[in-house]
Design a protein around this ligand. Structure first.
Ligand code: NAD
Length: 406
């Protein structure tokens, strides 16, 4: 089986269809994205030369509402990856119960290599290229790996110029002062924490030691939440490598250290690699970086009892089989990291109603949504004696099937 994310998405779809009684038409609708938009984005660099970047927007499905999903700014963005990520958004939005379909996009660029001005011109030009296919009722992008709240504001600004009126609901994940929601920045990490606690209760487990691969938006806020709830964070890593300190890591100190030095290396305990972090003797392993982190090769070395997939697609299909055989519980991405899109939905609602909700209110609503979704997925897995991943897809497909029949 290839690790091509789109092939994995299709094989998961096929597997889920065999577990449900959904209509074959639904399979046909879901096995290809509705639309794929590819654009070339020219940008005047600071040097005066013009460079062209390749961008995508995949609109997978809108049966439950406007296409919804992030824009990734990364050197390895490609179309099959974007198709898979868009498919996962369709499924995730159905599991968490927000009235959105699935979309995803991105641009092939290493944002760290661009100046602030170049990044702004690139983002604004990308927004202009996409302006005819996005919109508050059509397709609502959000941040993802390599993109930020500020970039979402630039997109909303360009789109508003395009339609001739203020249209903040065209994107979510904006800065709070530009129509963003309180709590959106923390939402995916905190939401993962709420889902983890809900599943641990079902498993009869409590807190434990945690290793987190990926210390960006998602990994950082998950670490803060987990630490505040009594979990012991013993390992952290980012693209440059990580640290392991069995006595526990002070998350705020690690955050400050990384801000100052650009790395986690040398911050506490022992330096480790991104491969080593996956095999540590911990209770909970949290992949929060990129796809295909847990593979057939390293799955047999995982010592954690529970894996919380905060990244999208961090476990290959073969690795999933190994983990299942070894009795390791995987809380699947389409449940675990749905907190981001849940609060994106709250942001979209606030923009459309002209409201501003307090952070406590947003987080309370998020917790409720995550716990409801976790309970649904758990119950399905017990009823059918299937993994939480298969159960999450069954819940999603059933929800999509209901729309089709209605
Ligand atoms: P980010 O860009 O803020 O952070 C990514 C982190 O991963 C960085 O710390 C980076 O150094 C690290 N990283 C990159 N390559 C790595 C590697 N090979 N090994 C270890 N670490 C590596 O991105 P993010 O928003 O935190 O997203 C992380 C994951 O969560 C992605 O899979 C994304 O699709 C998913 N996700 C994000 C959101 C959201 O709201 N931001 C929502 C749902 C899912």
């Amino acid at each position: 089986m290839s690790n091509n994310p789109w092939q994995r998405a299709l094989s998961q779809l096929q597997k889920t269809l065999e577990l449900t009684d959904t209509h074959p038409d639904l399979h046909h609708r879901l096995k290809e994205p509705d639309n794929v938009v590819e654009v070339n984005v020219p940008v005047t660099m600071d040097s005066g030369e013009t460079k062209t970047f390749r961008g995508y927007r995949v609109q997978h499905n809108n049966m439950r509402g406007p296409y919804k999903g992030g824009l990734r700014f990364h050197p390895q963005v490609d179309l099959d990856e974007a198709k898979a990520l868009a498919f996962w958004m369709t499924m995730k939005n159905a599991v968490i119960g927000v009235p959105f379909g699935g979309g995803k996009g991105g641009i092939e660029v290493d944002p760290k290599e661009l100046s602030g001005g170049e990044l702004e011109r690139l983002t604004r030009n990308f927004a202009r290229e996409l302006a005819h296919v996005i919109g508050p009722e059509k397709d609502v992008p959000a941040p993802d790996v390599g993109s930020t709240a500020q970039m979402m504001h630039w997109i909303a600004d360009e789109y508003s110029k395009h339609v001739g009126e203020d249209a903040p609901a065209v994107v979510t994940g904006k800065p709070v002062e530009h129509g963003g929601s309180e709590g959106r920045t923390e939402a995916t990490g905190y939401g993962g924490g709420y889902a983890l606690e809900a599943i641990l209760v079902k498993l009869g487990k409590e807190t434990g030691t945690v290793a987190i691969q990926g210390f960006g938006n998602v990994g950082l806020y998950f670490a803060h939440y987990a630490a505040s709830r009594g979990f012991k964070i013993v390992a952290l890593s980012d693209s440059k490598g990580g640290i392991y300190a069995p006595e526990g890591i002070d998350v705020s100190a690690a955050e400050t250290y990384k801000k100052g030095t650009g790395t986690l290396l040398g911050c506490a305990g022992t330096d480790i690699s991104n491969e080593e972090i996956l095999a540590l003797p911990v209770d909970i392993l949290v992949p929060a970086a990129l796809e295909n982190a847990i593979t057939k090769e390293n799955a047999s070395h995982v010592q954690a009892k529970v894996i919380l997939e905060l990244a999208n697609g961090p476990t290959t299909i073969e690795a999933d089989d190994v983990l299942k055989e070894r009795g390791i519980v995987v809380i699947p991405d389409i449940l675990a990291n749905a907190g981001g899109v849940a609060v994106s939905y709250f942001e979209w609602e606030q923009n459309r109603a002209g409201e501003r909700w307090a952070k406590d209110d947003v987080l309370a609503r998020l917790k409720e949504k995550m716990e409801m979704a976790a309970a649904k997925v758990w119950n399905e897995s017990i009823e059918k004696n299937i993994t939480l991943r298969d159960a999450a897809y069954v819940v999603a497909l059933r929800s999509l099937g209901e729309v089709k029949q209605g």
